[in-house]
Ligand binder design. Structure first.
Ligand SMILES: Nc1ncnc2c1ncn2[C@@H]1O[C@H](COP(=O)(O)OP(=O)(O)O)[C@@H](O)[C@H]1O
Ligand SMILES: [Mg+2]
Length: 231
């Protein structure tokens, strides 16, 4: 489903060029769950951002179902993201004045007017309620982020990311701000969504303990893959 070929990303700053990705060749199959690991500065965030089409690449290519990123202009990339991708961030990125339910419903906001016409407000509400239940937040729908624990807030952001059933879920250090118990629960939840909905999941973590239970771990160092381990 996703194949990167000789992927390079160079950040050009005024003082120096930083080679963040230095020739990444990787294949991720449909429905796979892959963890990216490696020390801070190894290129995890950059790789997630370029696969998520949020950042440009300097050289090489990424293919999504053999559709080359190089052939996509900004408009095509935006459409691709809206249709196929879900994002989860380390800092949850929830809107503090909205309830959990309203935050999940926001996932439908960027739809075009035509797309919206086909969706009823009540359908959106029902789908959002259902996914909140899926992530274990039944009964918490009307709380605002400030009234939820960190782990619960991350569940809301996961619900928002998957409510429209993306084919690929990208998560940059989704457990970085959580204690070990909550980290484990969040990763179990991602594994369950991967299995239940067949969503391909790619997440990063620099916590070796967290990665113990993952089937495939890709380890980066200095922008290169130094290990691709499948247990
Ligand atoms: N916007 C940027 N400008 C310049 N250098 C950057 C930028 N973002 C990241 N880098 C550099 O790219 C390298 C990879 O960073 P990053 O992808 O954030 O790694 P990780 O997520 O594994 O910590 C690091 O050397 C980092 O300093
Ligand atoms: Mg990072």
């Amino acid at each position: 489903m996703i194949r990167t070929r000789g992927l390079k990303k160079i950040y050009r700053t005024t003082s120096e060029d930083v080679i963040a990705l230095d020739g990444i060749d990787m294949m991720i199959g449909d429905g796979e769950l892959v963890a990216l690991s490696g020390p801070s500065g190894s290129g995890k965030t950059t790789l997630l951002n370029v696969i998520g089409t949020l950042d440009s690449i300097t050289d090489g290519d990424i293919e999504f179902d053999s559709c080359s990123l190089r052939t996509m202009d900004e408009k095509a990339k935006t459409a691709f993201r809206r249709l196929n991708l879900g994002f989860i961030f380390q800092s949850y990125n929830l809107i503090p004045v909205l309830t959990a339910l309203e935050n999940v419903e926001l996932a439908f906001k960027p739809l075009s007017r035509d797309e919206m016409k086909r969706l009823d407000v009540s359908d959106i509400r029902a789908a959002s309620m259902e996914v909140l239940k899926d992530v274990g937040l039944e009964g918490f729908e009307h709380r605002k982020p400030g009234e939820l624990s960190g782990g619960q807030q991350q569940r809301v952001s996961i619900a928002r990311a998957v409510v429209r059933r993306p084919s690929l879920l990208l998560a940059d250090e989704p457990t970085a701000n959580l204690d070990s118990t909550n980290s484990r629960l969040i990763l179990q939840l991602l594994a369950r969504l991967n299995e239940r909905y067949g969503i391909t999941v790619l997440y990063s973590s620099h916590d070796a303990q967290v990665l113990g239970s993952v089937r495939r771990v890709v380890v980066l160092k200095d922008g290169r893959i130094i290990e691709d381990r499948i247990c």
